[in-house]
Design a binder for this molecule. Structure first.
Ligand code: GLA
Length: 395
């Protein structure tokens, strides 16, 4: 954070009213690949974040420099450039456009942004988008609720970047609270922050970065979303239910009893996607109960089961992340683990007993680079704690 403040002072020596957004990376212990089908999810924020130091720009220009990527973004609020595939500035452009649909923006920002952990799978894209939105709202005197921010941030990814994802990332990044499990029904947006009971054993989050960073938009992510929708459509047809447009159809529109009745008639690909959806929703419900009892072992077992279902039923993942998942599954001190995000790149996460940190790191160091030597110099093992959701701090 200090490095960022210094860089900001050097780049913008004459500005005043400086603010800082701390926008955390997120994990999703349970509730994977169900948000786009309006399922149940859980999330937590980490004490590793995207930081944005900013000050208002009265001339209505946006000027943002990244400490992690080359080039500076500079544009007028009235002429926002379009999407350029793979460019870090897209999230900034999208954030401005998202807010402009609801508000008149008069002031721009001068800002410097930086992230902490390797990019991929921890929703740094949602985190950075939220940071831009919060800074822009602050300098323009716009007050928004957490739920509104989730919508504005999600719009950027969905409508500007064109990733057909759900609201898990934004919800976990914005609504989380330290020492709580964020539990949301993504159909209604209703959520609860379930406190960690006093007698729950301590845990930390291991984040194992595979070395693979690529944008989700280039993966099978959107195809899987479509497969889930088609699964819902076929189930509705087989059950002689009324059918809406595919665009409006989600697996959540089908009740589980109906699904069970027609399950055998579904082609295997669609049956597997639906199997994942219904079982994952159930795991989330059971996980929340285990969390309330402080039963990290039961919670962790559900995480492992979720990981298995992502691999075998949802059929996502990549060999590197599957290796990491399997190592974590076999290592003592790991309560539970799964892909951090969609599973196509980025990280695996695990909830671990802090006494086993060295054991966990040693197991990864021993096995991962040996199996995937291409990543031996760039994979990383980090340990994090949980934290509050995105917030602004002022000096
Ligand atoms: C990515 C998406 C989320 C969610 C997860 C998988 O992180 O952005 O919306 O679908 O994958 O659970």
């Amino acid at each position: 954070m200090n490095k960022l403040k210094e860089a900001f002072r050097r780049r913008f020596p004459d500005v005043s009213d400086v603010g800082m957004v701390i926008s955390p990376l997120r994990i999703c212990p349970l509730g994977a690949h169900v948000d786009h089908q309006h399922g149940l999810v859980t999330g937590m924020a980490l004490n590793a974040a995207v930081y944005l130091a900013y000050a208002p720009a009265d001339n209505g220009y946006i000027r943002v420099q990244s400490l992690d990527f080359p080039d500076e973004e500079y544009f007028d609020l009235n002429t926002v450039p379009g999407m350029v595939p793979g460019f870090w500035g897209n999230y900034l452009r999208g954030a401005v456009l998202s807010l402009k649909q609801h508000y008149v923006l008069k002031r721009g920002i001068n800002a410097i942004v930086s992230g902490k952990l390797p990019i991929g799978g921890l929703s740094s894209s949602a985190a950075v988008t939220t940071a831009y939105l919060m800074a822009l709202c602050d300098v323009n005197g716009i007050s928004v609720t957490g739920t509104e921010l989730v919508q504005y941030s999600h719009w950027v990814e969905n409508q500007f970047i064109k990733l057909n994802n759900g609201i898990l990332d934004q919800a976990a990044n914005i609504l989380s609270k330290d020492n709580h499990l964020m539990f949301m029904d993504t159909r209604t947006g209703d959520y609860q922050l379930v406190p960690k009971p006093a007698d729950m054993p301590p845990f930390e989050v291991v984040v194992v970065y595979s070395g693979i960073s690529k944008a989700l938009i280039g993966t099978d992510y959107n195809n899987r979303v479509d497969e889930c929708k088609v699964a819902a459509w076929v189930i509705q047809d087989l059950a002689e239910m009324e059918i809406a447009s595919l665009r409006e159809t989600r697996l959540r529109d089908v009740d589980e009893a109906t699904y069970r009745r027609v399950r055998e008639q579904l082609p295997p690909r669609f049956r597997k996607r639906a199997d994942h959806f219904f079982a994952e929703n159930e795991r989330v419900k059971q996980g929340v109960e285990a969390w309330k009892k402080g039963d990290l072992k039961a919670f962790g077992r559900l995480m492992f089961a979720s990981g298995e279902s992502s691999i075998h039923n949802y059929e996502c993942g990549c060999p590197e992340l599957i290796t990491i998942f399997n190592i974590l599954k076999e290592t003592p001190g790991v309560y539970g683990a799964r892909f951090s995000g969609a599973g196509y790149r980025g990280c695996c996460i695990g909830l671990i007993d802090p006494q086993y940190k060295e054991t966990v790191k040693a197991a990864i160091d021993r096995e991962y680079p040996a199996k995937h030597p291409a990543y031996k110099d760039i994979y990383r093992v980090n340990f994090c704690k949980t934290d509050d959701g995105a917030r602004i701090v002022k000096e």
